[in-house]
Design a protein around this ligand. Structure first.
Ligand code: CTP
Length: 447
Protein backbone atom coordinates (compact mmCIF):
# COMPACT_ATOMS: atom_id res chain seq x y z
CA UNK A 1 0.00 0.00 0.00
CA UNK A 2 1.36 3.40 -1.02
CA UNK A 3 0.93 5.99 1.74
CA UNK A 4 0.79 9.72 1.03
CA UNK A 5 0.93 12.52 3.59
CA UNK A 6 0.16 16.23 3.23
CA UNK A 7 -0.13 19.16 5.63
CA UNK A 8 -1.92 22.49 5.85
CA UNK A 9 -4.03 24.86 7.88
CA UNK A 10 -7.16 24.38 5.76
CA UNK A 11 -8.83 27.50 7.06
CA UNK A 12 -12.14 28.41 5.35
CA UNK A 13 -11.78 25.29 3.22
CA UNK A 14 -11.86 26.22 -0.46
CA UNK A 15 -11.60 24.67 -3.94
CA UNK A 16 -7.79 25.01 -3.91
CA UNK A 17 -7.63 22.75 -0.84
CA UNK A 18 -10.06 20.25 -2.33
CA UNK A 19 -8.09 20.04 -5.61
CA UNK A 20 -4.86 19.59 -3.66
CA UNK A 21 -6.31 16.81 -1.52
CA UNK A 22 -7.70 15.03 -4.57
CA UNK A 23 -4.34 15.20 -6.34
CA UNK A 24 -2.53 14.00 -3.24
CA UNK A 25 -4.90 11.07 -2.84
CA UNK A 26 -4.37 10.11 -6.50
CA UNK A 27 -0.66 9.67 -5.82
CA UNK A 28 -1.24 6.60 -3.67
CA UNK A 29 -3.73 4.35 -1.86
CA UNK A 30 -3.95 5.96 1.56
CA UNK A 31 -3.93 9.70 2.38
CA UNK A 32 -2.96 11.14 5.73
CA UNK A 33 -3.69 14.84 6.21
CA UNK A 34 -1.90 16.83 8.92
CA UNK A 35 -3.96 19.80 10.09
CA UNK A 36 -2.08 22.45 12.08
CA UNK A 37 -3.12 22.97 15.70
CA UNK A 38 -4.25 26.46 16.76
CA UNK A 39 -1.20 27.02 18.94
CA UNK A 40 1.20 25.81 16.24
CA UNK A 41 -0.32 28.27 13.78
CA UNK A 42 -0.09 31.11 16.28
CA UNK A 43 3.50 30.14 17.02
CA UNK A 44 4.44 30.41 13.36
CA UNK A 45 2.81 33.81 13.00
CA UNK A 46 -0.57 32.79 11.52
CA UNK A 47 -2.68 34.92 13.82
CA UNK A 48 -5.77 35.30 11.72
CA UNK A 49 -7.00 31.79 11.19
CA UNK A 50 -10.81 31.85 11.37
CA UNK A 51 -11.79 28.22 11.92
CA UNK A 52 -10.55 26.46 15.01
CA UNK A 53 -8.72 23.17 14.69
CA UNK A 54 -11.85 21.05 15.20
CA UNK A 55 -13.71 22.89 12.47
CA UNK A 56 -10.75 22.59 10.13
CA UNK A 57 -10.41 18.85 10.79
CA UNK A 58 -14.14 18.38 10.13
CA UNK A 59 -13.85 20.32 6.87
CA UNK A 60 -10.94 18.18 5.67
CA UNK A 61 -12.83 14.98 6.60
CA UNK A 62 -15.91 16.21 4.73
CA UNK A 63 -13.95 16.32 1.45
CA UNK A 64 -13.88 12.52 1.58
CA UNK A 65 -10.26 12.34 0.40
CA UNK A 66 -8.52 11.87 3.75
CA UNK A 67 -8.20 8.34 5.09
CA UNK A 68 -6.75 9.70 8.30
CA UNK A 69 -6.45 13.16 9.79
CA UNK A 70 -3.72 14.00 12.29
CA UNK A 71 -2.81 17.21 14.11
CA UNK A 72 0.48 18.97 13.40
CA UNK A 73 1.63 20.57 16.61
CA UNK A 74 5.38 21.14 16.45
CA UNK A 75 8.23 22.07 14.21
CA UNK A 76 9.99 18.95 12.93
CA UNK A 77 6.92 16.78 13.32
CA UNK A 78 6.81 15.95 9.60
CA UNK A 79 9.97 13.82 9.87
CA UNK A 80 8.53 12.00 12.88
CA UNK A 81 5.20 11.40 11.13
CA UNK A 82 6.79 10.10 7.92
CA UNK A 83 8.65 7.47 9.91
CA UNK A 84 5.84 6.70 12.33
CA UNK A 85 3.22 6.17 9.59
CA UNK A 86 5.66 4.57 7.14
CA UNK A 87 4.90 7.19 4.51
CA UNK A 88 6.01 6.79 0.87
CA UNK A 89 5.17 10.22 -0.53
CA UNK A 90 5.07 13.67 1.01
CA UNK A 91 2.87 15.96 -1.13
CA UNK A 92 2.34 19.71 -0.86
CA UNK A 93 1.25 22.60 -3.09
CA UNK A 94 3.72 24.12 -5.52
CA UNK A 95 3.78 27.38 -3.53
CA UNK A 96 6.17 25.48 -1.26
CA UNK A 97 8.48 24.35 -4.09
CA UNK A 98 11.95 23.53 -2.75
CA UNK A 99 11.02 24.18 0.89
CA UNK A 100 10.55 20.53 1.76
CA UNK A 101 13.39 18.99 -0.25
CA UNK A 102 15.01 18.03 3.06
CA UNK A 103 12.31 15.36 3.46
CA UNK A 104 13.72 13.48 0.42
CA UNK A 105 15.94 11.71 2.91
CA UNK A 106 12.86 10.02 4.39
CA UNK A 107 10.41 9.63 1.46
CA UNK A 108 9.60 10.94 -2.00
CA UNK A 109 8.65 14.64 -2.08
CA UNK A 110 6.08 15.78 -4.65
CA UNK A 111 5.06 19.40 -5.27
CA UNK A 112 1.55 19.42 -6.71
CA UNK A 113 0.16 22.21 -8.90
CA UNK A 114 -1.55 24.90 -6.83
CA UNK A 115 -4.96 26.18 -7.85
CA UNK A 116 -4.58 29.74 -9.04
CA UNK A 117 -6.66 32.64 -7.77
CA UNK A 118 -7.80 31.38 -4.39
CA UNK A 119 -6.37 31.17 -0.87
CA UNK A 120 -7.56 31.32 2.71
CA UNK A 121 -5.83 34.68 3.06
CA UNK A 122 -7.91 36.00 0.16
CA UNK A 123 -11.16 34.67 1.61
CA UNK A 124 -10.39 36.13 5.03
CA UNK A 125 -9.67 39.52 3.48
CA UNK A 126 -12.90 39.46 1.44
CA UNK A 127 -15.08 38.74 4.46
CA UNK A 128 -13.50 41.24 6.82
CA UNK A 129 -14.36 44.83 7.47
CA UNK A 130 -11.17 46.82 7.47
CA UNK A 131 -10.58 49.11 10.44
CA UNK A 132 -8.57 52.14 9.37
CA UNK A 133 -6.14 53.20 12.06
CA UNK A 134 -4.26 56.45 12.51
CA UNK A 135 -1.23 56.93 14.74
CA UNK A 136 -0.89 59.94 17.05
CA UNK A 137 2.67 60.42 18.27
CA UNK A 138 5.25 59.08 15.83
CA UNK A 139 8.16 58.08 18.08
CA UNK A 140 10.07 54.84 18.59
CA UNK A 141 7.18 52.52 19.48
CA UNK A 142 4.82 54.04 16.92
CA UNK A 143 7.28 53.27 14.16
CA UNK A 144 6.96 49.57 14.97
CA UNK A 145 3.19 49.70 14.72
CA UNK A 146 2.52 49.59 10.92
CA UNK A 147 4.69 46.52 10.39
CA UNK A 148 3.10 44.73 13.32
CA UNK A 149 -0.39 45.68 12.10
CA UNK A 150 0.43 44.32 8.64
CA UNK A 151 0.31 40.74 9.94
CA UNK A 152 -3.14 41.20 11.48
CA UNK A 153 -6.14 40.97 9.17
CA UNK A 154 -8.92 43.54 9.31
CA UNK A 155 -6.66 46.50 9.98
CA UNK A 156 -4.94 49.06 7.83
CA UNK A 157 -2.72 51.86 9.13
CA UNK A 158 -3.52 54.85 6.94
CA UNK A 159 -2.70 58.04 8.82
CA UNK A 160 -0.14 59.64 11.11
CA UNK A 161 -0.18 62.81 13.17
CA UNK A 162 2.49 64.38 15.33
CA UNK A 163 2.89 67.90 16.68
CA UNK A 164 6.28 67.60 15.02
CA UNK A 165 5.25 67.14 11.38
CA UNK A 166 8.71 65.84 10.45
CA UNK A 167 8.16 62.80 12.67
CA UNK A 168 4.81 62.07 10.99
CA UNK A 169 6.38 62.55 7.55
CA UNK A 170 9.19 60.18 8.40
CA UNK A 171 6.76 57.47 9.52
CA UNK A 172 4.76 58.07 6.34
CA UNK A 173 7.86 57.84 4.13
CA UNK A 174 8.67 54.45 5.66
CA UNK A 175 5.15 53.10 5.15
CA UNK A 176 3.55 53.41 1.77
CA UNK A 177 -0.09 53.50 2.87
CA UNK A 178 0.36 55.95 5.76
CA UNK A 179 -0.41 59.60 5.03
CA UNK A 180 0.98 62.27 7.36
CA UNK A 181 -1.61 64.89 8.28
CA UNK A 182 -0.66 68.36 9.57
CA UNK A 183 -4.30 68.94 10.47
CA UNK A 184 -5.98 66.94 13.24
CA UNK A 185 -9.49 67.22 11.81
CA UNK A 186 -8.41 65.81 8.47
CA UNK A 187 -6.51 63.10 10.34
CA UNK A 188 -9.63 62.04 12.25
CA UNK A 189 -11.75 62.17 9.09
CA UNK A 190 -9.49 59.58 7.49
CA UNK A 191 -9.75 56.92 10.21
CA UNK A 192 -12.00 54.67 12.33
CA UNK A 193 -9.60 54.16 15.21
CA UNK A 194 -6.51 55.72 16.69
CA UNK A 195 -3.33 54.38 18.28
CA UNK A 196 -1.98 56.91 20.78
CA UNK A 197 1.77 56.73 21.35
CA UNK A 198 2.47 60.25 22.60
CA UNK A 199 4.30 61.02 25.88
CA UNK A 200 2.26 59.78 28.87
CA UNK A 201 1.09 63.16 30.11
CA UNK A 202 -0.85 63.87 26.91
CA UNK A 203 -2.70 60.53 26.77
CA UNK A 204 -5.73 61.74 28.70
CA UNK A 205 -6.14 64.73 26.39
CA UNK A 206 -5.83 62.73 23.17
CA UNK A 207 -8.04 59.87 24.39
CA UNK A 208 -10.87 62.30 25.11
CA UNK A 209 -10.34 64.14 21.84
CA UNK A 210 -10.37 60.91 19.81
CA UNK A 211 -13.46 59.56 21.59
CA UNK A 212 -15.26 62.87 21.06
CA UNK A 213 -14.36 62.53 17.38
CA UNK A 214 -16.08 59.11 17.42
CA UNK A 215 -12.91 57.00 17.10
CA UNK A 216 -11.97 53.77 18.88
CA UNK A 217 -8.78 54.15 20.90
CA UNK A 218 -5.79 51.94 21.58
CA UNK A 219 -3.57 53.90 23.96
CA UNK A 220 0.00 53.09 24.93
CA UNK A 221 0.61 52.12 28.51
CA UNK A 222 0.38 53.76 31.05
CA UNK A 223 -2.95 54.88 29.65
CA UNK A 224 -3.40 57.67 32.21
CA UNK A 225 -1.78 58.48 35.53
CA UNK A 226 -4.88 59.23 37.62
CA UNK A 227 -7.45 56.61 38.64
CA UNK A 228 -10.52 58.79 38.14
CA UNK A 229 -9.32 59.87 34.72
CA UNK A 230 -9.12 56.21 33.70
CA UNK A 231 -12.68 55.59 34.94
CA UNK A 232 -13.90 58.70 33.17
CA UNK A 233 -12.43 57.80 29.77
CA UNK A 234 -13.67 54.20 29.93
CA UNK A 235 -17.18 55.47 30.77
CA UNK A 236 -17.00 58.02 27.95
CA UNK A 237 -15.93 55.32 25.47
CA UNK A 238 -18.76 53.00 26.47
CA UNK A 239 -21.34 55.79 26.35
CA UNK A 240 -20.30 56.44 22.77
CA UNK A 241 -20.23 52.76 21.82
CA UNK A 242 -16.46 52.94 21.25
CA UNK A 243 -13.65 50.63 22.30
CA UNK A 244 -10.90 51.99 24.51
CA UNK A 245 -8.02 49.65 25.27
CA UNK A 246 -4.72 50.09 27.06
CA UNK A 247 -1.87 48.82 24.91
CA UNK A 248 -0.14 46.52 27.36
CA UNK A 249 1.62 44.08 25.05
CA UNK A 250 2.36 41.50 27.73
CA UNK A 251 -1.34 41.23 28.60
CA UNK A 252 -2.16 40.00 25.11
CA UNK A 253 0.83 37.75 24.59
CA UNK A 254 -0.31 34.10 24.15
CA UNK A 255 2.42 32.64 26.39
CA UNK A 256 1.74 35.09 29.23
CA UNK A 257 -1.93 34.26 28.97
CA UNK A 258 -1.25 30.58 29.11
CA UNK A 259 0.84 31.15 32.24
CA UNK A 260 -1.99 33.12 33.87
CA UNK A 261 -4.74 30.61 33.10
CA UNK A 262 -2.63 27.68 34.25
CA UNK A 263 -1.87 29.35 37.58
CA UNK A 264 -5.51 30.32 37.98
CA UNK A 265 -6.43 26.69 37.48
CA UNK A 266 -4.25 25.72 40.44
CA UNK A 267 -1.02 24.21 39.07
CA UNK A 268 1.08 25.86 41.82
CA UNK A 269 -1.69 25.90 44.43
CA UNK A 270 -2.78 29.14 46.04
CA UNK A 271 -0.68 32.17 45.08
CA UNK A 272 0.96 33.66 48.18
CA UNK A 273 3.79 35.79 46.80
CA UNK A 274 4.67 37.45 43.51
CA UNK A 275 7.93 39.19 42.73
CA UNK A 276 8.18 40.93 39.37
CA UNK A 277 11.08 43.05 38.17
CA UNK A 278 12.01 44.96 35.08
CA UNK A 279 14.83 47.39 34.41
CA UNK A 280 16.22 49.07 31.35
CA UNK A 281 19.14 51.48 31.45
CA UNK A 282 18.27 54.17 28.94
CA UNK A 283 19.98 57.28 27.59
CA UNK A 284 19.74 59.96 30.27
CA UNK A 285 18.95 62.60 27.65
CA UNK A 286 15.81 60.78 26.55
CA UNK A 287 12.17 61.59 27.27
CA UNK A 288 12.14 58.83 29.91
CA UNK A 289 14.34 60.97 32.18
CA UNK A 290 12.39 64.20 31.66
CA UNK A 291 9.97 65.05 34.47
CA UNK A 292 8.01 67.49 32.30
CA UNK A 293 7.26 64.65 29.87
CA UNK A 294 6.12 62.20 32.54
CA UNK A 295 9.43 60.37 32.71
CA UNK A 296 10.51 57.95 35.42
CA UNK A 297 10.72 54.22 35.95
CA UNK A 298 7.28 53.68 37.45
CA UNK A 299 5.41 55.46 34.66
CA UNK A 300 7.64 53.97 31.99
CA UNK A 301 7.69 50.35 33.14
CA UNK A 302 5.29 49.95 36.08
CA UNK A 303 2.25 48.61 34.25
CA UNK A 304 4.16 45.45 33.25
CA UNK A 305 4.93 44.09 36.75
CA UNK A 306 1.53 45.31 37.99
CA UNK A 307 -0.12 43.07 35.42
CA UNK A 308 0.63 39.60 36.87
CA UNK A 309 0.01 40.95 40.38
CA UNK A 310 -3.46 42.26 39.55
CA UNK A 311 -4.34 39.29 37.33
CA UNK A 312 -3.50 36.74 40.00
CA UNK A 313 -4.18 38.52 43.30
CA UNK A 314 -6.90 40.91 42.17
CA UNK A 315 -7.04 44.67 42.56
CA UNK A 316 -8.23 44.87 46.15
CA UNK A 317 -4.95 45.20 47.98
CA UNK A 318 -4.94 46.45 51.55
CA UNK A 319 -1.78 48.49 51.28
CA UNK A 320 0.91 49.57 48.85
CA UNK A 321 4.24 51.04 49.95
CA UNK A 322 6.48 52.69 47.38
CA UNK A 323 10.23 53.29 47.76
CA UNK A 324 12.10 55.29 45.13
CA UNK A 325 15.57 56.51 44.32
CA UNK A 326 14.98 59.92 42.75
CA UNK A 327 17.21 61.84 40.35
CA UNK A 328 16.30 65.23 38.88
CA UNK A 329 12.65 64.83 39.88
CA UNK A 330 12.12 61.38 38.39
CA UNK A 331 12.42 57.91 39.93
CA UNK A 332 15.33 56.00 38.47
CA UNK A 333 14.33 53.02 40.61
CA UNK A 334 11.11 52.16 42.41
CA UNK A 335 10.22 49.22 44.58
CA UNK A 336 6.60 48.60 45.52
CA UNK A 337 5.28 46.23 48.17
CA UNK A 338 1.60 45.21 48.11
CA UNK A 339 -0.17 43.61 51.04
CA UNK A 340 -3.22 41.61 50.06
CA UNK A 341 -5.47 39.71 52.46
CA UNK A 342 -3.78 36.40 51.66
CA UNK A 343 -0.69 37.39 49.72
CA UNK A 344 2.23 39.77 49.55
CA UNK A 345 3.61 40.99 46.24
CA UNK A 346 6.51 43.17 45.29
CA UNK A 347 7.86 44.71 42.13
CA UNK A 348 10.94 46.63 41.06
CA UNK A 349 11.38 48.91 38.07
CA UNK A 350 14.53 50.75 37.06
CA UNK A 351 15.70 53.22 34.44
CA UNK A 352 18.93 54.10 36.18
CA UNK A 353 19.43 50.98 38.30
CA UNK A 354 19.95 47.54 36.77
CA UNK A 355 18.44 44.46 38.34
CA UNK A 356 17.54 40.89 37.44
CA UNK A 357 14.31 41.16 35.49
CA UNK A 358 12.48 38.00 36.31
CA UNK A 359 9.04 37.01 37.52
CA UNK A 360 8.56 34.54 40.36
CA UNK A 361 5.06 33.51 41.42
CA UNK A 362 5.08 31.44 44.59
CA UNK A 363 2.24 29.15 45.54
CA UNK A 364 1.36 26.58 48.17
CA UNK A 365 2.27 23.66 45.86
CA UNK A 366 5.10 25.09 43.78
CA UNK A 367 6.24 28.20 41.96
CA UNK A 368 6.36 29.65 38.49
CA UNK A 369 9.66 31.02 37.26
CA UNK A 370 9.81 33.27 34.20
CA UNK A 371 13.29 34.57 33.35
CA UNK A 372 14.00 37.99 31.86
CA UNK A 373 12.58 39.30 29.67
CA UNK A 374 9.45 37.79 31.21
CA UNK A 375 7.33 40.68 29.84
CA UNK A 376 8.09 39.35 26.33
CA UNK A 377 7.04 35.92 27.51
CA UNK A 378 8.32 33.02 25.45
CA UNK A 379 9.34 30.60 28.19
CA UNK A 380 8.34 29.66 31.73
CA UNK A 381 8.77 26.86 34.21
CA UNK A 382 6.75 25.37 37.01
CA UNK A 383 9.01 24.11 39.79
CA UNK A 384 8.12 21.80 42.65
CA UNK A 385 9.69 20.22 45.72
CA UNK A 386 9.96 16.99 43.76
CA UNK A 387 12.04 18.14 40.80
CA UNK A 388 10.73 15.28 38.67
CA UNK A 389 7.45 17.17 38.51
CA UNK A 390 9.02 20.34 37.08
CA UNK A 391 7.68 21.41 33.71
CA UNK A 392 9.10 23.81 31.10
CA UNK A 393 7.03 25.61 28.49
CA UNK A 394 8.42 27.17 25.31
CA UNK A 395 6.66 29.57 22.96
CA UNK A 396 7.50 31.94 20.16
CA UNK A 397 7.34 35.69 20.63
CA UNK A 398 6.80 37.21 17.21
CA UNK A 399 8.19 40.56 16.12
CA UNK A 400 7.76 43.29 18.70
CA UNK A 401 4.66 41.59 20.05
CA UNK A 402 2.35 44.52 19.29
CA UNK A 403 0.48 42.28 16.85
CA UNK A 404 -1.29 40.48 19.71
CA UNK A 405 -2.75 43.63 21.22
CA UNK A 406 -3.63 44.96 17.76
CA UNK A 407 -5.48 41.75 16.99
CA UNK A 408 -7.37 41.96 20.29
CA UNK A 409 -8.23 45.61 19.65
CA UNK A 410 -9.61 44.90 16.17
CA UNK A 411 -11.52 41.88 17.42
CA UNK A 412 -13.01 43.97 20.26
CA UNK A 413 -14.14 46.58 17.74
CA UNK A 414 -15.71 43.99 15.43
CA UNK A 415 -17.41 42.15 18.30
CA UNK A 416 -18.36 45.31 20.29
CA UNK A 417 -16.56 43.97 23.36
CA UNK A 418 -15.88 46.82 25.78
CA UNK A 419 -13.92 44.88 28.35
CA UNK A 420 -11.35 42.25 27.73
CA UNK A 421 -10.45 39.31 29.98
CA UNK A 422 -6.76 39.76 29.18
CA UNK A 423 -6.72 43.25 30.64
CA UNK A 424 -9.91 44.25 32.42
CA UNK A 425 -10.88 47.91 32.51
CA UNK A 426 -10.82 47.80 36.30
CA UNK A 427 -7.22 46.56 36.14
CA UNK A 428 -6.23 49.49 33.94
CA UNK A 429 -7.99 51.82 36.38
CA UNK A 430 -6.09 50.30 39.28
CA UNK A 431 -2.78 50.68 37.46
CA UNK A 432 -3.59 54.38 37.07
CA UNK A 433 -4.33 54.53 40.82
CA UNK A 434 -0.84 53.18 41.54
CA UNK A 435 0.66 55.92 39.34
CA UNK A 436 -1.52 58.45 41.15
CA UNK A 437 -0.31 57.25 44.55
CA UNK A 438 3.23 57.90 43.37
CA UNK A 439 2.35 61.39 42.12
CA UNK A 440 0.65 62.18 45.44
CA UNK A 441 3.58 60.65 47.36
CA UNK A 442 1.29 58.58 49.57
CA UNK A 443 2.92 55.69 51.44
CA UNK A 444 6.01 56.86 49.64
CA UNK A 445 9.58 57.00 50.82
CA UNK A 446 12.62 58.34 49.00
CA UNK A 447 15.72 56.23 49.54
N1 CTP B 1 -3.25 25.05 -1.78
C1 CTP B 1 -3.43 24.88 -3.15
N2 CTP B 1 -4.05 25.87 -3.87
C2 CTP B 1 -4.49 26.99 -3.25
C3 CTP B 1 -4.33 27.17 -1.87
C4 CTP B 1 -3.69 26.15 -1.15
O1 CTP B 1 -3.04 23.88 -3.72
N3 CTP B 1 -5.06 27.93 -4.00
C5 CTP B 1 -2.56 23.99 -1.03
C6 CTP B 1 -1.30 24.44 -0.34
O2 CTP B 1 -0.20 24.46 -1.24
C7 CTP B 1 -1.14 23.37 0.72
C8 CTP B 1 -2.59 23.04 1.10
O3 CTP B 1 -3.40 23.56 0.04
O4 CTP B 1 -0.55 22.21 0.16
C9 CTP B 1 -3.00 23.68 2.42
O5 CTP B 1 -2.63 25.05 2.38
P1 CTP B 1 -3.05 26.19 3.37
O6 CTP B 1 -1.83 26.91 3.79
O7 CTP B 1 -3.94 25.65 4.42
O8 CTP B 1 -3.95 27.07 2.39
P2 CTP B 1 -3.84 28.55 1.86
O9 CTP B 1 -5.14 28.91 1.19
O10 CTP B 1 -2.59 28.73 1.03
O11 CTP B 1 -3.75 29.35 3.24
P3 CTP B 1 -3.12 30.77 3.60
O12 CTP B 1 -3.67 31.75 2.60
O13 CTP B 1 -3.57 31.01 5.01
O14 CTP B 1 -1.62 30.59 3.48
Amino acid sequence: MKKVITYGTYDLLHQGHINLLRRAKELGDYLIVGVTSDSFDRGRGKLNVRNNVLERVEAVKATGYADEVIIEDYLGQKIDDIQKYDVDIFAIGSDWKGKFDYLNEYCKVVYLPRTEGISSTMLRAESTTIVKVGIIGCGRVANRFPKEASVVSGVEVVAAYDTNLDAANLLSSRNEKVVAYPDLKEFYDAIDAVYIATPHLSHYYYIKQALEAGKHVLCETPMVLIGDEAKEVFALAESKGLILMEANKTAHCPAFNHLMVMIKSGVIGEVVDIDASLSQLLDKNGREFDKSQGGGALFEQGSYPLLPIFKLCGIDYENLDLYSRMDNGIDIHTKGVFRFKNAVCSFKVGLGVKTEGNLVISGTKGYAYVPAPWWLTDYFEFRYEDQNENKKFFYKWDGYGLRYEIQEFISSIINHRFSNARLRRRESVQMARVMQQFIEKKNFMEI
